[in-house]
Ligand binder design. Sequence first.
Ligand SMILES: [Zn+2]
Length: 144
Amino acid sequence: MAKPRADITACDHLLATSGGTPYPFCTESVLDEQAGVTDAIVRCRTCGQAYLIEMLDWSGDLFERRRFRTSHLDDDVVEKFMHNRRRGSCDINRVGAEWFAVQSQAQLTDLELTLDVRRAVVLEVRRLPAETDIPMAHWRERLR
Ligand SMILES: [Zn+2]
């Protein structure tokens, strides 16, 4: 569990998104998926801020309704990751290490996104109350 830092907030473009609209971000890299994205590096379409989104839980007949925690990423972290990914690796441990590097440098925000990953629309955007403890373990360890 972790609490979002008070001085790190998501950009207004994500915060101002209302339910039912298309994603306000583009996807730079999908880190994990299960019948749709579960973890990804995304970038705001308006200001270009990069984020790590990581699934908290899912619901719906096709598990299409997914809640995500959202963390800020600096451009140099994203660039390093994309550079390494382009170079390619068959070593699964290396891929894991690069993903871990992204996670460890991501800064948690209080923004919770609920997305429909089949229709690629935002269902809900909300700021979590201060001091909310957000689960940080990967969903594959929490959802079984
Ligand atoms: Zn933005």
